[in-house]
Design a protein around this ligand. Sequence first.
Ligand code: BGC
Length: 551
Amino acid sequence: MALSCAVLNPTHVLSDKSPCLSLKSSSTAYAHGSYRMLFQDPKYAQASILKAPAAFSSSHRGSPLKCYMRTEKGDLGGVSVGTETTEWKRAEGIVKELERQCSTPISRLREVVDAMAEELRVGLASEAKSNLLKMVISYVDTLPTGDEKGLFYALDLGGTNFRVLRVQLGGKEGRVIDKEFTEVTIPANLMVGTEKELFDYIASELAKFVTSEGKNFYLEPGRQRELGFTFSFPVHQTAIASGTLIKWSKGFSVSEMVGKDVVVALKEAMERQGLDMHVSALVNDTVGTLAGGRYRDEDVMIAVILGTGTNACYVEHADAIPKCQGLLPKSGYMVINTEWGNFWSSHLPVTEFDKALDAESINPGDHIFEKLISGMYLGEIVRRLLLKLAEDAALFGDNIPSRLREPYVLTTPNISAMHQDTSPDLKVVENTLKNVFGISHIPLRTRKLVVELCGIVAVRAARLAGAGIVGILKKLGRDVIGDTGKMRTVVAIDGGLYEHYSFFRQNMQSAVKELLGSEVSETVVLELSSDGSGIGATLLAASNSRYSKKS
Ligand code: BGC
């Protein structure tokens, strides 16, 4: 701890009558022996005289003291003088216990892999309500070949932003001739408002985007514009271009939408906007990512989203899907959207903090795997831990900063920045805590503790996501080298958490490697596929085009 104020003798008696300590600088923390003095507000530290109404002696060791700051202008307020031995030790104890509860040793990860593989099987067998994994039949039974041609749009709704995209596809020769996109933030009130408000808003943004279509984009005469609608929530798909919402996730809770066809909602909103466009495919973002991945690499078998939410889809043999009844895809396979966000197993390392987060969320009891892993929640878990440390171990002094009590103020990008802070005095941590919570003058060792917390939460998330992937590989029989020899399997991964949080990415990769062993892991490629899902949705709109079906 860098200290530049005058040294206080711990046995020195501070009395009201005899001001005894002059602070020479704006240093905000003072430590001597086992005592720690925290000034909540820098203005206290700049005051010239410190007085305390109590004897500041070793007899107070172990119990917090209150000291008062006084200047010629009067009392400035109280500062807390705690003991390092009690508060700091308590904080360290809380963090140690958390680390124990969140630990993901390989034995635990193997249990998670087995439980995931089993739930995948159960979900394929029937549509039972009790199934944890919905295992949605996507109606995508042919993946892009490269022959796709024409102008196609995609609309991607699934997080706090939505994207609209147009692509001119040129077949095997031309590939993606040109593409343009725009990204729009969804106002928070629309995420929890009405169907009409939300869909009118996205349809109007889409209509605006269509008017800016430039000369590189060409719609064949007599054709209607076509769209792939990426809707990244659990949907019960009933055909390639229709599906009803099962439930919301990721902070959305638009009234009266559950059970409704989301394509109908979009079509009605487009009509209200006077937008003439046909929805040719309704796809989950995982399915879009898989399609986009396949366009580039034919060994892509699995797609995973690690962003605001999390999910995975994969290519399943049609005869391994008992609930597929009657639907016999010519290709012999079907893309299955697992909706793994809703996975749960008694082997998951769930703590009291996760339980409280879940109970206070808008979808309590649902999407537990997602709440342990995805970008929407990691920051919030860390905020809850910091609050506990502030309340039980005075981590930030006597007064608990009010913003520490505000749900979701700490974001996963904040966690990622603090966790990956390489500056020697952890400046990024200092600035983040200041900007987000208004807490300043945090000693270095507290900053280190914050980094440790971010690590515990992020590493748990990354390793669990890795176990989820290995669970799918196991279901496909690709977690071992089978009779057919080494088969290359590519996992296309999209989402900001994976793309921007390199510690997360590295920990996930190493968990996959640990679980598979070095020989098998050589056959599995984890590939970043940013914006695979947008292109993928246009490709699926193309392969399901109303015109190609007629011809
Ligand atoms: C949704 C999935 C989606 C995932 C990633 C989850 O909350 O249930 O449908 O794929 O988020 O966006």
